[in-house]
Design a protein around this ligand. Structure first.
Ligand code: OGA
Ligand code: MN
Length: 299
């Protein structure tokens, strides 16, 4: 075993040391990382000061990268393999807290999983800390496999086969951002996603929840929304949550299919700069199936 693992939480999340991600990986090392990823869902690699190029090269081991569309319709600081998790403008200066890009970014403080609103959702995200704040700005992760396991059997039965509709316009309207251009709405129409699924690679069943989930398909909107809210509240109890306090050089990889995450508030006059690459989930294409809408129901 080349890498060393140290547990960060009783059910998921590990610290990984013994590997330099800036260099080409020796034979067999990625297989060890992948096995740890399948088992623990969140991997923290401290002390990895990566360039954007090195981050892309390591990320591609997990699969093809998404390109980040320009959701907020403003000039971007990073090349389009990256999602900019920072409070900087395209010139690298602190954003005005009133800027619409700041408002857009605040949506990341709601519990979510990345790209659940896309027809091809995301397998995992990799977030590299370049500048961090002294206070606040942690990222929290919730273990949706442990949360599923802890549900009462009757609830598990009820959820089996249910689909939720996910859309980015929905989640951003919740955080007070209404600046979507119609091109994004057309490019990213709402998609159905199963609320529960089984993953053969880990042998685990998981909830799949996010701020992007708007309602349950085939149920009255209010009822479905209440169910989703109740599940998010259940799954984000302290016992299912790992809180990551960032140091410069941390790279955190998380499985978007069986965890949720959220950023915690911080003083927006302090620079906080993290660069994210996002890997597409080309392995489990079930979510592409059209949602079966029961006869006589509309949502
Ligand atoms: C992300 C994300 C929140 C934060 O990187 O995808 O939602 O501010 N981050 O840490
Ligand atoms: Mn995110």
């Amino acid at each position: 075993m080349a890498i060393s693992l140290e547990s960060l939480h009783s059910s998921f999340a590990c610290n990984v040391t013994g590997v330099d991600l800036a260099r080409p990986l020796a034979d067999g090392v990625f297989a060890e990382i992948d096995a740890a990823f399948k088992r623990h869902a969140v991997l923290v690699f401290p002390g990895q000061e990566l360039t954007d190029e090195q981050q892309i090269t390591f990320s591609q081991n997990f699969g093809p990268l998404e390109e980040a569309p320009n959701y907020a319709g403003k000039a971007l600081r990073l090349r389009n393999e990256f999602t900019d998790i920072s409070n900087l403008d395209s010139e690298g200066r602190l954003l005005d807290p009133e800027d619409r890009l700041t408002k857009y970014n605040l949506g990341n403080q709601m519990w979510h999983t990345d790209s659940s609103f896309k027809a091809i959702r995301s397998k995992c995200s990799l977030l590299s800390a370049r500048e961090v704040t002294q206070v606040g700005g942690e990222t929290q992760y919730a273990d949706l496999r442990a949360a599923y396991d802890a549900l009462p059997d009757v609830r598990k039965k009820e959820l089996s086969g249910l689909l939720a509709e996910h859309s980015i316009a929905h989640s951003r309207s919740k955080s007070g951002f209404d600046g979507f251009n119609s091109e994004i709405a057309t490019m990213l129409p709402p998609v159905p996603q199963r609320i529960v699924d089984f993953y053969p690679a880990s042998g685990r069943t998981s909830l799949f929840l996010a701020s992007h989930a708007s309602h349950v398909i085939g149920r009255p909107v209010d009822e479905g929304r209440a169910l989703l809210e109740e599940l998010v509240e259940f799954a984000t109890q302290e016992r299912f949550v790992y809180t990551h306090r960032w140091s410069v050089g941390d790279l955190v990889v998380w499985d978007n299919r069986c965890t949720m995450h959220r950023g915690r508030p911080y003083d927006l006059t302090q620079r906080r700069v993290l660069h994210r690459t996002t890997v597409s989930d080309v392995e489990t294409p079930f979510h592409k199936e059209p949602a079966p809408v029961p006869a006589g129901q509309s949502v």
